[in-house]
Design a protein around this ligand. Structure first.
Ligand SMILES: Cc1cc2nc3c(=O)[nH]c(=O)nc-3n(C[C@H](O)[C@H](O)[C@H](O)COP(=O)(O)OP(=O)(O)OC[C@H]3O[C@@H](n4cnc5c(N)ncnc54)[C@H](O)[C@@H]3O)c2cc1C
Length: 476
């Protein structure tokens, strides 16, 4: 078997792997990139790009149907899913060249397609070649976890890997899972004309978020007609002549059937690490997760894990952040750099739900001394002009006002949260946000107004009395 020596071998050509490969080659490293399917990964083919494209079409349909809210004649666009999915495919196709093998080969990366495995702690075998390297980056991503529900294997089901291939009408979709992917898809399909039932064993949607904020998204989806079955476990799934039947055991113990034409499983994800023969490389795996030693390093110091395969938060921007750290370790030997804990995230429902840092619930559970301030979206003038007033901003601070976390439920919350991500990463306080000018009238005003709540609280009656005395003021 031919052996080639590389500086970096990247396994998996998605969000994280592509950044390691492109960055490494650009900085002068000899890089191989191994991919067992198509370059681009989940984000391009089955994740961020198709879901956000679908969500946009769904929002346009929703606005057209509800145009009377804006003093216009409403119109039912009766969206046809196959056409919308063709648009999804065309947006993917427009982005795909950025991730193509040609582009990476032109950068000098040795792109190899195939399924490979480690054969010893410093070599990976693929396509009849032995790739030896100083640094390996495992960037194989994750896949939908299939919950072990009786009957699930006997029915046709969709996952995020197949739903965007649909070219047929979806009269009634059951979504199992009310996390970010389940909530985004539930709202999008409802707006595109499907009946949608969401089933979750949890008592509330977006279970990792503060309940008061998640409730805003819940109310919106419910008002649009999404049927929720929460605190419900699935006793059995059966096939019926028209599609699927779920037997749901609801909170009181009664078993209720729910019939639908299609079923989407969106109940968790699993890292893709099983086929790599990690044992041959001395990489410890426990419970399907690679054991991490020091940020992103495995028990073999030359092998790193980036992105979803690392088993933590699963976001494209986090995979890219990991990639930057691996490059610093591999090329500049800056071994002390570690992944940042300040990771913004956004669920692209309407309204969007974005957060960075600690939630109020996490702050309470961790016992950290903290304060919480909120501000309603309805008091932001731009929200009034846009007719989108359901939402809220919340900040969690230390007792002295240092920002620990922020969450925003509002249109464009994913954009708005960037300000707080910067502020928290640089250990700023609510006062810094309050003191910076925010353009009027923008949704971003909510970021300042919620920070102002902390500043207002700092003005105690005693402080006010001193100000009045010092400056000779005559007010109450
Ligand atoms: C429906 C959905 C919506 C999402 N929306 C968002 C969003 O809005 N924002 C966001 O930040 N994140 C979103 N995500 C998550 C995001 O897609 C992932 O976090 C991101 O793609 C992870 O990047 P990665 O490099 O770890 O893995 P991937 O990008 O998935 O890349 C992994 C690559 O490895 C390849 N591979 C797998 N096994 C092997 C093997 N044995 N050998 C060689 N190659 C292999 C795969 O084919 C793939 O190309 C979404 C995910 C889903 C499913």
């Amino acid at each position: 078997m031919a052996t080639t020596d590389f500086d970096i071998v990247v396994i998996g050509g998605g969000s994280g792997g592509l950044v390691v490969a492109a960055g490494g080659a650009t900085l002068g490293a000899k890089v191989a990139l191994v991919e067992n399917n198509k370059l681009g990964g989940d984000c391009l083919w089955t994740g961020c790009v198709p879901s956000k494209t679908l969500i946009k079409s769904a929002r346009v349909a929703y606005l057209m149907r509800n145009a009377d809210r804006f003093a216009l004649t409403p119109h039912d666009p009766t969206p046809t899913l196959p056409r919308v999915m063709e648009r999804v495919a065309s947006v993917i196709a427009s982005i795909e060249p950025n991730d193509s093998a040609e582009r990476f080969r032109a950068l000098g990366v040795d792109v190899i397609f195939g399924d490979g495995r480690f054969i010893d702690p410093e070599s990976f075998e693929v396509d009849g070649r032995r790739l030896r390297a100083r640094t390996f980056a495992i960037a194989t991503g994750s896949r939908p976890a299939i919950p072990s529900i009786p009957g699930v294997e006997s029915v046709p089901y969709l996952t995020s890997e197949t739903i965007f291939n649909l070219r047929e009408a979806v009269p009634h979709l059951i979504v199992v899972g009310s996390g970010p992917i389940g909530s985004e898809m539930a709202q999008a399909f409802r707006r595109l004309g499907s009946n949608v039932t969401v089933v979750d064993i949890a008592p509330a949607i977006l279970p990792r978020e503060d309940p008061d904020l998640a409730a805003i998204v819940f109310r919106q989806l419910q008002s649009e007609g999404v049927d929720y079955r929460l605190s419900a476990s699935i006793a059995k799934i059966e096939r019926t002549p028209l599609g699927i039947r779920l037997l749901l055991r609801e909170a009181g113990g009664a078993v209720q059937p729910v019939d639908a034409t299609h079923l989407l499983l969106a109940a968790g994800r699993k890292a893709n690490v099983e086929s790599l023969r990690l044992d041959a490389a001395g990489v410890r795996v426990s419970d399907g997760r690679i054991a991490l030693e020091n940020g992103l390093t495995t028990t073999n110091p030359r092998i790193y894990v980036v992105g979803d395969a690392a088993g933590g938060h699963q976001f494209t921007h986090l995979a890219e952040h990991h990639a930057g750290i691996v490059l610093r370790h591999a090329i500049f030997r800056l071994k002390w750099t570690r992944p940042s804990a300040v990771v913004p995230r956004c669920t692209f429902t309407d309204p969007e739900f974005a957060r960075v840092g600690l939630s109020e619930t996490e702050a309470k559970n961790s016992g950290v001394d903290h304060r919480v301030y909120t501000f309603p979206l309805a008091d932001i003038d731009r929200a009034r002009t846009e007719g989108e007033t359901d939402g809220m901003a919340k900040v969690v601070t230390s007792p002295r006002g240092r920002l620990l976390g922020a969450a925003i439920v509002a249109p464009h919350a994913g954009e708005l949260i960037a300000e707080y991500a910067l502020a928290i990463a640089h250990r700023m306080g609510a006062g810094h946000i309050s003191a910076s000018i925010h353009a009027y009238p923008t949704f971003a005003q909510i970021s300042r107004r919620v920070a102002d709540m902390r500043q207002k609280e700092a003005l105690t009656p005693r402080t006010k009395m001193w100000i009045k005395r010092l400056f000779g003021l005559r007010g109450a």
